[in-house]
Design a protein around this ligand. Structure first.
Ligand SMILES: N[C@@H](CCC(=O)N[C@@H](CS)C(=O)NCC(=O)O)C(=O)O
Length: 202
């Protein structure tokens, strides 16, 4: 498999998932500004939507959309325990988390990288995110990971998005539970490995 990624972008989530699952893969860095892969390929020809992540399977098929990609990865090695069994009630809970991170956190947090964002727009985004994080913090109180005791692909995604807070100067001090969560996930050997491979950690 080939993961098309950009350093520190939401593609970090499937990158972590691939490492945690112990699957063989290669990385292909994408310059998102010019939509070019480091191999010289036109990234738009790989993913017409022009954004990462994209996962090219060994049969050539390309899978896009982070929540779908990480579930695919988890299902390639169920023994790694990164997602509950397909069809189980817990699997729907995992999907609930992935959708929450995608629609309620990813896009808001991601918008703060946009240079065109006005101060007013930024404040409005922060206010909405603040409400979501208030709720999220309560859910994570007293449990190490979103699904409970076990790390799942939803944690790979949440870590990736919360980790942007420092980059966009969104202070998480109001949510010590979330800061502890970030620190806990950051200590996982495979998370460190992914961060190092993307040049985000020495
Ligand atoms: N709906 C997509 C969104 C992916 C996304 O937002 N990718 C960003 C990086 S985090 C990107 O590649 N942006 C560049 C662009 O849209 O041109 C998903 O969930 O996978």
């Amino acid at each position: 498999m080939k993961l098309f990624y950009a350093a520190g972008a939401c593609s970090l989530s499937p990158h972590i998932a691939l490492l945690e699952a112990g699957l063989p893969f290669s990385l292909q860095k994408v310059d998102l500004k010019v939509k070019q892969v480091e191999s010289g390929e036109d990234f738009n020809a790989i993913n017409g939507k022009g954004y990462v992540p994209a996962l090219q399977l060994d049969n050539g098929q390309v899978l896009t959309e982070g929540p779908a990609i990480v579930q695919y990865i988890a299902d390639q090695n169920p023994a790694a325990g990164l997602a509950p069994a397909v069809g189980s009630p817990e699997r729907y809970k995992l999907q609930e988390w992935l959708n929450f991170v995608s629609s309620e956190l990813h896009k808001g947090m991601g918008s703060m990288f946009n240079q065109a964002q006005t101060p007013e727009w930024k404040e409005a985004v922060k206010a909405t995110l603040g409400k979501r994080l208030d709720w999220l913090s309560k859910q994570l109180q007293g449990k190490p990971y979103l699904m409970g005791e076990k790390f799942s692909v939803a944690d790979a995604y949440l870590f990736t998005v919360l980790n942007w807070a420092g980059m966009v100067k969104f202070d998480l001090a109001r949510w010590p539970v979330l800061r502890d969560y970030l620190a806990r996930v950051a200590q996982r050997p495979k998370v460190k490995e992914a961060l190092k491979a993307e040049g985000l950690l020495q």
